[in-house]
Design a protein around this ligand. Sequence first.
Ligand code: DGL
Length: 254
Amino acid sequence: MNAKTDAIAVFDSGVGGISVLRQLRKLMPGETFLYLGDSANAPYGTRPTEEIRQLSLNVAAKLIDRGIKALVVACNTATAAAIDILRQTYPDLIVVGIEPALKPAADRFPGGTIGVLATPVTLNEEKFQQLAAHYAQKCTVIKLPAPGLSELVEHGKGDSADAEALLRPLLSPWAGKLDALVLGCTHYPFAESTIRRILGDEVPLLDGGEGTARETKRRLVQAGLLNETNGSITIENSLDDPKLLELSHKLLEG
Ligand code: DGL
């Protein structure tokens, strides 16, 4: 296949990366996307780092076998744990990761209080520690780990009483006190209505999807690989469950 027509592969631990795929499609409608959700191994966000690295390498190997021109790691947890090893393993491939959108939040609210809702792994990994330390001079960063939330989204329950019961104790103490909330897990944009019920409509919710899409486009343009003709999206999942594919398409169009 011609590199220009090869797919851009996008992967996540499950359906969460669809929030990034939406931004990628919006910015590059002429591109061919191959999305792989690794729901058979979800969640990643509470696993040991070494396991996340191995899972990410396995998914990447499968995708690369299909002949891809870029790999988008649409998972904050996999990026935090595995982006370095992925880049070392595939030095000639465009590999783009996602990180919690702390930079845009800090730039927009200097001196402000920024909450970061993410998986325990993302918040504990060195990559995030470095990012938070970098912005600590500029704003107050509040870490808000939400184990269990991505599982609810995997079951189509991002907007549900269960999600509210999980998030209320974590978020309600911060209602009216945050200048912005960073959604540092790609599953969490699908829990936006629940988050809004607790924090209200005023607080800006920022995620890294748009920045990741811009960076992917920039890298493709730079390499002369951007395709601007017939766009298409293929969604696959490691779990053999038609309900997950149905949910993925619903989240993509929703
Ligand atoms: N979607 C993943 C992220 O962005 C995490 C979900 C999980 O725990 O598997 O961090």
